[in-house]
Write a protein that binds this ligand. Structure first.
Ligand code: DGL
Length: 263
């Protein structure tokens, strides 16, 4: 089976890692749209245009399913894409809400994400439809993405930024959705700031579980051994491969440059 996975850049590699750790005997094609990153401060119309161009490329590669491994694209573009993309599409939001609903004891759930994800209200709207008992409090954390990309995962500056962003959630939630590809890499600092009483939900992990269950892929044993991955970036492919190896610890080869047609 072939699964296409795409994101605005390097962040979706956290989702790819979860998928590779969950779905055995699978060929993955990953596209990082590094020419257009970040999506997190762009409009739905623009992000949907980029997503369509990537999906067209993945469809030429004859993938069986496509994972929108970007929370911003899931929030802004998925509603339009699902209406006319023929290939089976997976997104990040419903799985994360589903996992949060099973973990919370108080129904008070926080969501953090990019400015565009939070402004779209996609998490709150999905929760309203899927699990209306949840009370969602959302906070945009725009500086987290560049801090992760600079490798400042446990830096004092990151800690200070986390204190500032997460202050409105303190004492109000028992579960927090990490609604952005980069945030699982900040899980430890986020936990230190919010305390052990708050359970963290990785949207990457939740989505990988849904993909695994839906496609009925055999379970991976041992981790990461039986899948193959081809990496593409729309700009600076060496940075994508380097981030995959250094930050996400994925055993990948070189990334290829991809020119998206129709943009
Ligand atoms: N991948 C994006 C997300 O998950 C974060 C980076 C960006 O803004 O493009 O929302």
């Amino acid at each position: 089976m072939k699964i296409g996975v795409f994101d605005s850049g390097v962040g979706g590699l956290t989702v790819l890692k979860e998928l590779m750790g969950t779905c055995a005997n699978t060929q993955f094609i990953y596209v990082g749209d590094t020419a257009h990153v970040p999506y997190g401060n762009k409009s739905a119309q623009v992000v949907t245009g980029y997503a369509r161009a990537i999906i067209r490329f993945l469809e030429t590669q004859k993938v069986d399913a496509i994972v929108i491994a970007c929370n911003t694209a899931s929030a802004l573009a998925y509603p339009a894409l699902k209406k006319n993309v023929q290939t089976l599409l997976f997104e990040m939001i419903e799985p994360a809400i589903g996992t949060a609903a099973t973990l919370t004891k108080t129904n008070c759930v926080g969501v953090i994400g990019t400015r565009a994800t939070i402004a779209s209200g996609a998490y709150a709207l999905t929760a309203k439809k899927q699990t209306p008992q949840l009370i969602i409090t959302s906070v945009a954390c725009p500086l987290f993405v560049p801090l992760v990309e600079e490798g400042m995962l446990s830096h004092a500056i990151t800690r200070a930024v986390a204190e500032l962003y997460l202050a409105p959630l303190k004492g109000k939630i028992d579960t927090l959705i990490l609604g952005c590809t980069h945030y699982p890499l900040l899980a430890s600092i986020i936990s230190q700031v919010l305390g052990k009483g708050v359970r963290l939900v990785s949207s990457a992990q939740a989505a990988a579980q849904v993909v695994h269950a839906t496609l009925a892929r055999p379970k991976v044993e041992p981790m990461l051994k039986s899948s193959h991955v081809a990496l593409y970036a729309t700009d600076e492919p060496s940075r994508l491969a380097e981030f995959a190896r250094r930050a996400v610890r994925l055993p990948v080869g070189e990334a290829h440059l991809l020119h998206l047609s129709g943009l």
